[in-house]
Structures are given as C-alpha cells and as structure tokens.
Design a binder for this molecule. Structure first.
Ligand SMILES: [Zn+2]
Length: 354
C-alpha cells in the first residue's frame, strides 16, 4: 500500500507513522499568561480518513478527557491508516475553573464559527473550527450531563442522516438520539462544512464513571475500525443493537422539596409509572411524578434537593420499552465485561473525583 504524505499543521510537518503534540495560541489572559488549544496529531503510516475526537467543549464535562487520554495511550500511528486529531480539553478555561463556560461567560458550543477578532469564545471557536474541524471528515465530540445530573451513555446525531446512523450504530453506545442541531453549535458548524459529527453524551459533569469511559473508548475504537483506519481489535466486545429515538421529553418537579427517586437512567418506563416522589421538609404532601410516555430514561438528576420546575428525568420515546431496556442492559454489561483497552494506569473507580 502507498504510504501517506506528511501532515502539515501549526507550522509543523508530521511524518507518516508518527505523532506530534501541537498547541494553537488562543489568547493572553488578565495576568499576562497565554493559553493555547492542545492537539495531539496521530498521523498514520497509510492514507485514510481524518477524524477528530474532542472533549470538554463545556469545561466541566470531563468524561471525554478520560476517553481521549486512553485513546492517546492505545492508538499507534505506525499501525494507523489516516489521521486522528485528539483534543483532550477544548475549553481549557472552563476546565481549570470547573465551569461549563468561558471567562467571558459565553458557551463555546454556541459560539461557532467564531472569528479571529471576536470575543474570547469567538476566538477559541474560530481556531477550533479552522485548525481541527475543517481538517477532518468526521468528528466525535464528547459531553456529559450538567453538574448534579447523569446521562446514560448515548450518541446524538442530526436527524435523517443515513451515514450518521451507520456510524452511530458502529459506535455501539446503548442509545442513539436523532435531534435537531442548535445554532452556533459545533455540530451545526460541522454540518455546514460537510463534516460528519457524532456527539456522545455520557455520565456526570466533574466526575468519571467506568461505564461512560469504557463506552467512549470502545465506541471510538469501533468507529475507527469501521472506517478501516485500524484493525478490528479482538478484545473489543461485540455489542447488541442500540435503541433509537427521535423524540425526548423532560419531566420536571411539580413542587419544590426533597425528591426520592424511584427510577434511574437506563430503566424502561410505561406511561403512568412512578418516577419519583417529591415531599416537603417534613415529608408531608408527597407528590408522585409519573412518566408521561412509554420510553427509556436517558438522564436523571442526582441531587435530591429540588425546586419546582427542575428537570428530574429525560426520557426518550421508545416503543416496547421493556424489550429495548433488556437490550440496553446487555450492551452495558458487554461494555463493562470487556477487558479495558490500554488500562496500564489501572481501572478508574466509579465516581472517582478528578
Ligand atoms: Zn456539553
């Protein structure tokens, strides 16, 4: 097979079969320190697709950082066809302050395409778009739920896009949600440039959990194998068929108080099933919260102290929820049963705090 051409990025030339760490200057902060966007380039020995994997666009959603770290330890450019760009932390400002946002209080994922002369968020979005997104034909962007919330590992894709369904099925997360794109989001920008995007949602902000990390590492690895960029790994478990939905519903607290959760993410529910009870400070006037539809719980609040209107459950509308729930259980069991890929640093405990 013909060997690949060198990969030019950030004034460097990365030879085929090698890797390089590059940093794009973003801004100078109030204290005079400069900060940059760190990217690892794994440039394969042979030609092939160009794929980026990014994490922490919302700075407190750090699950993807753990996934990228594991990929950085396991992917070998000398055995790769094509190029992988790894971005462990897209929003370094939010990452170090444990915040979703940037110091200018903007949301990076609503700031695309950005501009070189724009706000801090706009500058960072512009660099990310120019130097990472537009160099690739596929991106996998990893998010988690907000703080005090948990998301069942799931892939979100633009609606009605067959190629994305194929890639999402290859990824093998328990659930695939087809959803409209938000203006200014990375997925919106990518679609405008013909870059396919898979968005993974998994776990909780500011926390690591093993199911989320393993789903991400195995999912990205499966997609790269599906694209012919790496050999399909023997250690990779085969997974069942993910559940699919194109409509989701938030269920909110009917009153303020203390919530006792009855169901959790991954559970199948029927319309009318009790999800939680919310009562007053003495346990009085408990109100049951019931599911308004048949489906699978794909996210839930982990904090029992709730105000009226707080979103407690996110439910994907799915027919035959019991059967699909059993499928989801078999997928998560297979993910957790597999040998961790490249776990030289040891297994991470459930809920290990960074
Ligand atoms: Zn996010």
């Amino acid at each position: 097979m013909e060997t690949a051409e060198p990969f030019a990025i950030a004034g460097q030339s990365v030879a085929p079969g090698t890797q390089a760490d590059v940093a794009f200057p973003i801004t100078t902060m109030a204290n005079g320190a400069s900060s940059s966007l760190a990217v690892r380039v794994l440039h394969g020995a042979w030609p092939g697709p160009r794929v980026f994997v990014s994490a922490a666009i919302h700075g407190d959603e750090i699950i993807g950082t753990a996934v990228v770290q594991r990929l950085a330890q396991t992917l070998r450019p000398e055995a790769l066809s094509g190029t992988v760009l790894l971005v462990p932390v897209a929003n370094i400002f939010g990452f170090i302050t444990h915040s979703r946002y940037l110091p200018d209080r903007r949301d990076l994922n609503r700031s695309f395409p950005g501009s070189a002369g724009g706000s801090l968020a706009g500058q960072l979005a512009h660099i990310f778009a120019q130097e990472v997104v537009k160099r690739c034909e596929l991106g996998i962007d990893i998010h988690s739920a907000a703080i005090n919330r948990y998301n069942l590992p799931q892939i979100r894709i633009a609606a009605g896009h067959r190629r994305l369904v194929e890639l999402a099925m290859a990824f093998g997360a328990p659930v695939i949600i087809e959803s409209p794109l938000r203006d200014g989001s990375l997925r919106d920008l990518a679609q405008g440039h013909g870059v396919d995007m898979l968005l993974m949602e998994a776990g909780e902000a500011l926390r690591f959990d093993r199911l989320s990390i393993e789903t991400g590492v195995e999912g990205v690895t499966r997609v790269l194998a599906h694209l012919g960029m790496i050999e399909a790994d023997d250690g990779l478990s085969s997974v069942g068929i993910p559940a699919r939905a194109n409509r989701t519903v938030w269920v909110r607290a009917p009153r303020g108080g203390v919530a006792q959760m009855v169901r959790t993410s991954g559970d199948p529910v029927r319309k009318g099933d009790v999800l939680a009870c919310v009562a007053g400070l003495f346990g009085e006037e408990a109100e049951e919260i019931v599911s308004p539809l048949d489906g699978i719980i794909i996210g839930h609040a982990t904090l029992p102290v709730v105000h009226q209107g707080d979103a407690l459950f996110h439910i994907a509308a799915i027919d035959h929820p019991e059967r699909v729930g059993a499928q989801i259980d078999s997928i998560t069991e297979a993910i957790l049963a597999s040998e961790p890929q490249g776990s030289a640093q040891g297994m991470l405990d459930e809920d290990e705090v960074v």
